[in-house]
Design a protein around this ligand. Structure first.
Ligand code: NAI
Length: 679
């Protein structure tokens, strides 16, 4: 009989029960690995051993906090090998999530029995790794190469029913204990161990086809391809492939990509707990009001309905209300058609929604989110009307992109209930929610915003007030720097290609064409009065707007588009305009390499982010990273602009920034150097 705190072994008749108890998710920490190694010795003498986990899940992965340090014995691959080699064969009794090291342990067992609904996966790819305990070697032998590629390279989670069909488990049952007991009873006196050593046949060109597919999809990320290579090692004898996988796993732990993805993993959890809401209790919100049912209002209402809350939408007049209903129903119907929602859920969500024109309908609501035109006076008027009918402590939220919330809420009774809830378009899809704190907003109101964000499955980030808050302020700096490059010698297609090569889904000009040039144009006009007269201001974008080249929706913008096709095509007219601009301003155009372009633009992002942190607009560099990843498509595998600057070296990033500042004097502030960015 062996016992440590995390793994216990109990003998009952001729069955040994091994239980892992390492809350919250039974991660394969050193104590668990040691406990399992001891357990293999302790089960000897029994007919069969059953491996189970206490709590809500089977082992759901490794302990990532151990990944930065040198691995400590016993190593997981050795422990799994001991389980597989044990003369007393193991049955894995599985529930919850069987992920990463958990799945590797389960594959070392002779048989696997799962509760209905259990999820299986090798999500190492999501943190820039390959499995390290023979996951890529046993999985193709267990379920075939095609399914193994989906699981290891794409991080697919497979549910128990599908896993049973793939042959990866032996039994699925609602009642796990009963299923295990029946299975044990059916085993012969001396059950023979089952080992995974053969690789089933698969189409010869499968790996090549998948490699081409993954290369295209990964946009520079290496871990999907690393996993494919490791799966290929399963075509060699196990004793050759397994050590190769282990060695590569350990190397990848040190890679910039894995560090970046692990940073993103932890940061995503950290941002939802800003110190400003420490100890504050959120209010429970089950219904709310949205004012304005345009692009954003309809998207916000849909996101809220999808989270199971009910929504009353207020519009200006009957016709606008009817249009809003059509928009929201259209978004819900679309999700139903794409099989994201059942017919009954669709009906329930439509029932939970109504559009009205009378503010009195807001009287009972605990929270209202305003998404009307971007105009201070219109917004102020909306909040006056809301505050006249709602309870004096009902929460008032604005979705403004750029306007100062303190102006919008000026004169509102009890301003501690006022807050910014800045969604991103399309609001029912984009994961980011900026929660904007005014000097008056109470911790309870902020906490309620974060709780709502969580219900809506958003990643919420706290922002202070500045022009554009965190995300749009960084976007403005990035675009300004790109425009300087244009004026000095680059073309839109070059800048876009350079940024795509860094892993961004789009460059700055393709993105403007997609979202439309007019919002940024309106902003630049608004900012003209406060812009420093010496700041360099490139007018090419304004010229395009004046020419009605407003992006894809007007058929042309920075690029031209052929009918019905969204692919941007280089436009000689725009390039001539760019060259003419440089000539008019006496600029000797020079060429920029892709590297020069991307290092400048990334340095500008990091610098702006550092300013935002230094000013206290964002609490931590990681908050800035999350905004860029979840709101602007910054590649997660680069960890965000702040993490990227840390990886290449903050000093180096600031050297590029200095170059940018020297090229366009009087136009940039350089963030104060701070040790906190080096982490
Ligand atoms: P939109 O023009 O599509 O919709 C505005 C809606 O508000 C219209 O349906 C209009 O009828 C309604 N409205 C105007 N005055 C009203 C009033 N007094 N009472 C009730 N309804 C009224 O505008 P969009 O794009 O939805 O933007 C709304 C807000 O969201 C703006 O503050 C904008 O800056 C912000 N925002 C916009 C984003 C975008 O990508 N478009 C992204 C994030 C925020």
């Amino acid at each position: 009989m062996s016992e440590n705190h995390t793994v216990t072994v109990t003998h009952q008749d001729d069955v040994a029960w091994v239980e892992i108890n390492n809350p919250p998710v039974n991660a394969t920490s050193t104590a668990v690995r040691q406990g399992l190694a001891d357990a293999v010795a302790a089960v000897q003498g029994a007919r069969v051993a059953v491996l189970t986990c206490a709590g809500r899940t089977f082992v759901a992965g490794g302990d990532m906090s151990e990944f930065d340090a040198a691995p400590v014995e016993p190593h997981l691959p050795d422990v799994v090998q001991m389980i597989e080699d044990s003369p007393v064969p193991f049955i894995a009794a599985l529930h919850g999530n069987v992920l990463g090291g958990g799945f590797e342990i389960a594959m070392g067992c002779a048989w696997r029995i799962a509760r209905t609904g259990t999820g299986f996966g090798l999500p190492e790819v999501n943190v820039g790794l390959i499995p390290g305990a023979a996951g890529t070697q046993r999985l193709p032998r267990l379920v075939g190469m095609v399914a193994a590629i989906d699981i290891a390279c794409a991080g697919k989670i497979v549910k128990a029913d599908e896993m049973l069909a793939l042959g990866g488990i032996d039994v699925v049952a609602e009642d796990l204990n009963a299923a295990v007991a029946a299975f044990v009873a059916d085993l012969p006196e001396r059950p023979a161990a089952v080992r995974l050593r053969e690789v089933p046949p698969f189409a010869a060109d499968l790996i090549d086809t998948k490699r081409a597919e993954l290369t295209k999809r990964a946009k520079g990320q290496q871990s999907p391809l690393e996993n494919l290579t490791a799966l290929q090692w399963a075509l060699t004898p196990f004793a050759e492939g397994q050590p190769k996988e282990r060695a590569r796993h350990l190397e990848l732990r040190q890679s910039a990509e894995s560090r970046a993805l692990r940073h993103a993993f932890f940061a995503e959890r950290q941002v939802s707990k800003p110190s400003a809401i420490k100890d504050a209790m959120p209010r429970e919100i089950t219904s709310l009001v949205v004012v304005g049912g345009g692009l954003m209002g309809a998207g916000i209402a849909t996101a809220v309905l999808n989270a199971g809350l009910s929504v009353t939408l207020i519009e200006r007049d009957e016709q606008a209300a009817e249009t809003a209903v059509q928009r929201v129903h259209g978004l819900l119907d679309g999700a139903h058609k794409r099989r994201k929602m059942s017919a009954s859920a669709l009906e329930a969500r439509k029932d939970a929604f109504r559009a009205v024109t009378n503010y009195a309908e807001a009287a009972q609501a605990p929270l209202a989110i305003e998404a009307v035109f971007e105009d201070v006076d219109v917004k102020r008027d909306v909040f006056q009307k809301l505050s006249a009918v709602m309870s004096p402590d009902a929460i008032l939220a604005t979705n403004t992109s750029y306007l100062d919330p303190t102006l919008i809420f000026d004169g509102i009774e009890n301003p501690s209930r006022c807050v910014g809830l800045h969604f991103f378009s399309p609001a029912h899809i984009m994961k980011l929610l900026e929660i904007v704190k005014t000097p008056d907003t109470s911790a309870e109101v902020l906490a309620t915003g974060f709780a709502l964000g969580k219900k809506l499955r958003k990643v919420s980030v706290l922002s202070g007030i500045c022009d554009g808050f965190i995300g749009n302020r960084m976007l403005a700096a990035y675009r300004r720097a790109a425009d300087y490059l244009l004026a000095d010698g680059a073309f839109p297609y070059q800048i876009d290609a350079a940024m795509r090569n860094m892993g961004l889904p789009m460059g700055p000009y393709e993105m403007q064409d997609l979202t439309g040039l007019q919002i940024a144009w309106a902003n630049r006009k608004r900012q003209a009065a406060t812009r420093h007269p010496d700041e360099r201001y490139v007018t090419i974008a304004d010229q395009l707007c004046e020419m009605d080249r407003l992006g894809q929706r007007s058929g042309k913008g920075w690029y031209r588009y052929e009918d019905g096709n969204r692919a941007p095509l280089r436009d000689p007219e725009v390039e001539a305009l760019v060259v003419a601009y440089s000539e008019e301003h006496g600029i000797d155009r020079r060429s920029f390499s892709d590297d020069e372009i991307s290092s400048r633009l990334l340095a500008v992002l990091a610098n702006e982010g550092a300013m935002i942190v230094a000013e206290g607009i964002a609490e931590r560099p990681a908050d800035v990273d999350m905004v860029k990843i979840f709101g602007y498509g910054f590649p997660r595998w680069r960890g965000g602009p702040m993490k990227y600057a840390t990886e290449i070296g903050w000093e180096k990033s600031q050297k590029f920034m200095q170059l940018v500042a020297d090229e366009s004097p009087n136009s940039w502030s350089i963030a104060p150097h701070s040790g906190r960015f080096e982490k």
